[in-house]
Design a protein. Structure first.
Lengths: 203, 112
């Protein structure tokens, strides 16, 4: 009798598990958005974020907060997928890029993509970047046509940030503002929209 | 009135595994000492969470990137020595919500 009961339980599991799995899959399938492409994990290609050469322009040039090295700037460009992208760096001549400790300049490769925002979906987007080698923190991003103003609050001090003709913005902070414990800033970036509402981009 | 981008996300169901493309971007060459750490945006609910895209070499991060909810997170380095020891550390989520936890990716041509 005991064996019979075990056999029945085993038989029940064998029969019900596939049905249950199928039901769960069906339920998940009802709600899961179909992915346009599988998410990659590891080494990426720029894909649709690759910049379109000729669409780039430099704007929002600003001095280094300590007056060290070249000015800072951003390059704004369009990606193959139609997003607006922005990269920040040092401005040398009419280009923006990286200057290594030996003084060598490398223009930012827009073909690789950058910080990109779909401004048809989001009013604005922002990124905070801290380079511990040079003790600088930058806030850069993009604001769309519904944005009236951008402000940055770093360690409790709020400052307005100018928006460029293509929507790019840049703010550069010096080493004095670095948080001593973990090297990370406490930065908030806020967009004020033309309808008077505010939108937290980074908090 | 203050609102969050999170309010604008859709109300879909389960997220795809890892949700968005992320990791190390070599760019035009795997050996030119220029590479990115990146977390892409995507048309999924999870894309509306903040991202981290830290970058370094070996196990040492020297550039930290935090992107808001609507932007691709991207940090870039050039002329930093061998690209094969490049490191990308990425994460995505918000307080109490991890789309994916902070973790490491190395170069395709990893040499250590």
């Amino acid at each position: 009798m005991l064996l019979t009961r075990k056999a029945l339980i085993t038989l029940g599991i064998c029969l019900c598990a596939p049905i249950g799995f199928a039901m769960a899959t069906e339920i998940a399938g009802d709600h899961a958005p179909p992915p346009p492409q599988p998410a990659q994990h590891g080494v990426l290609e720029p894909g649709q974020l690759a910049g379109v050469r000729g669409s780039e322009s430099v704007e929002q040039v600003t001095r280094d907060p300590r007056g060290e090295g070249q000015d800072w700037g951003i390059t704004v460009f369009k990606s193959k997928g139609g997003q607006t992208c922005v990269a920040r760096g040092r401005k040398v001549g009419k280009k923006v890029g990286e200057v290594d400790p030996d003084g060598r300049f490398t223009e930012y490769p827009i073909e690789d993509g950058a910080t990109c925002v779909d401004l048809t979906v989001a009013p604005a987007g922002a990124q905070v970047t801290t380079d511990t080698r040079i003790g600088r923190t930058t806030v850069h991003g993009l604001a769309g046509p519904t944005v009236k103003a951008i402000s940055v609050t770093a360690n409790g001090v709020t400052e307005p940030v100018l928006i460029g003709p293509r929507g790019g913005f840049l703010h550069v902070l010096g080493p004095e503002i670095l948080a001593p414990s973990d090297g990370r800033l406490r930065v908030q970036v806020t967009a004020t929209l033309k309808d008077g509402s505010t939108l937290s981009l980074i908090d | 009135m203050r609102r969050s981008l999170r309010d604008r996300r859709g109300q879909g169901g389960p997220l795809p595994v890892n949700c968005v493309n992320h990791g190390l971007v070599h760019g035009s060459s795997t050996s030119d000492s220029a590479f990115h750490s990146r977390v892409e945006g995507a048309p999924y609910d999870c894309a509306w969470y903040p991202s981290r895209c830290d970058l370094g070499q070996w196990n040492n991060v020297f550039t930290y990137g935090n992107a808001g909810r609507s932007a691709t997170c991207d940090t870039f380095a050039s002329n930093v020595g061998p690209e094969c020891v490049g490191l990308s550390r990425t994460g995505k989520g918000d307080v109490g919500i991890y789309v994916f936890a902070y973790h490491a990716h190395w170069a395709h041509s990893r040499c250590f």
